[in-house]
Design a protein around this ligand. Structure first.
Ligand SMILES: [Zn+2]
Length: 348
């Protein structure tokens, strides 16, 4: 039997010396083993060649069985290692630098996003109205996700009382314009995105000019006047609007888009409530992490809208009750008599 191993060693060595590929060397050894097994089967008992090569075919069967288990285990290990090293989905080259590809790899791996989705995010222009509680996480996640152009509009400055929930701003930025504080935080997080800060109060005169530059609008303002203006402008320009609002422990969010036959904000909330009946966050209080949850949902819905992933909140209103940890989603229909997007709509 030893002679067979010696012959196999010599064959392997000769193959190496001649520069034969590994596959050819394994083939030669396979032929040798095959010949030996054949000799065991064909030659009679006591034949010198059969005795010299082991004398019993069962011995070779056992050895080959062990070898097969060994090779199978090695192949399995290789396969597992290869899977662990490589993303499941091949990363297509879509004009990103290696650093960007590495940064967005966990998006690109997702079947629903992929390279094309990440490219769409990079080409997208999103305007966020308000850099407060809802705007803070929305802006930060939009920047981190690689949304190429992000506009942020707010006329306020960072105040000490904001910092319990407006996490994009820091203690050192108290007194600075919120849009500048937010823009600095966003570009510090992701230098591959462009941030356009607008330090102003959105007015009916410039709303169309600013919103017209963007594909999608996120509204996180805390006053009804701004909310109705943003809604009317988006409806007139056919831009989808993701708007959210908070009260103490509860948040709500929807995607308003009458251009695709979904309701606008005014379809669901036709009249602004009496300001005396709706206290602001400053008057009623709001639990700090709540804008974090709902603002992050706004960014997530924006990413879904841009990449086309999943099912959006178009025509659906999500209500999150943080105090009792409950989420409800209610269907919302467009109102034909809506003053903004219905038959009786007003032009702006
Ligand atoms: Zn409407």
């Amino acid at each position: 039997m030893i002679i067979v191993f010696v012959m196999a060693g010599v064959l392997w060595g000769m193959g190496m010396a001649m520069g034969a590929p590994k596959r050819a060397r394994w083939t030669m050894i396979g032929i040798l083993i095959g010949a030996v097994v054949l000799a065991q089967l064909v030659l009679p008992d006591g034949n010198p060649l059969r005795e010299a090569t082991g004398g019993d075919v069962r011995l070779w069967g056992l050895l080959l069985g062990f070898a097969a288990i060994g090779f199978g285990y090695r192949a399995l290990l290789r396969m597992v290692r290869k899977r662990a090293e490589k993303p499941v989905v091949a990363v297509p080259k879509v004009g990103f630098s290696d650093t960007e590809l590495d940064r967005y790899a966990r998006h690109i791996m997702l079947r629903e996003v992929g390279g094309q989705g990440q490219k769409a995010l990079s080409n997208a222009k999103v305007l966020v109205v308000g850099a407060g509680g809802l705007g803070s996480p929305a802006l930060q996640y939009l920047a981190a996700a690689g949304v190429g152009t992000i506009g942020v509009i707010d006329d306020d400055v960072v105040d000490n009382a904001n910092l319990q929930r407006q996490i994009i701003h820091t203690d050192a930025r108290i007194g600075d314009p919120k849009v500048q504080s937010a823009a600095d935080a966003m570009t510090a997080q992701n230098p591959f995105v462009t941030v356009r800060p607008y330090k102003r109060h959105l007015t009916a005169q410039d709303a169309a000019g600013i919103i017209g530059d963007y594909d999608l609008v996120l509204d996180g303002t805390d006053n009804f006047e701004a909310r109705y203006l943003v809604n009317a402008t988006c409806a007139a320009l056919g831009k989808p609007l993701i708007a959210a609002a908070l009260t103490q422990w509860e948040g709500q969010i929807s995607l308003y888009d009458p251009a695709s036959d979904a309701p606008c904000f005014a379809c669901i909330f036709p009249d602004a409530p009496d300001p005396a009946l709706v206290p602001s966050c400053a008057e009623a209080g709001v639990i700090g992490p709540l804008p974090g949850v709902v603002g992050s949902m706004m960014a997530l819905e924006a990413v879904k809208e841009i990449t086309g992933a999943g099912e959006s909140l178009r025509g659906r209103l999500m209500i999150y009750d943080a105090l009792y940890s409950q989420v409800r989603v209610v269907k919302a229909k467009r109102r034909p008599d809506c003053a903004v997007c219905g038959c009786a709509k007003v032009s702006i």
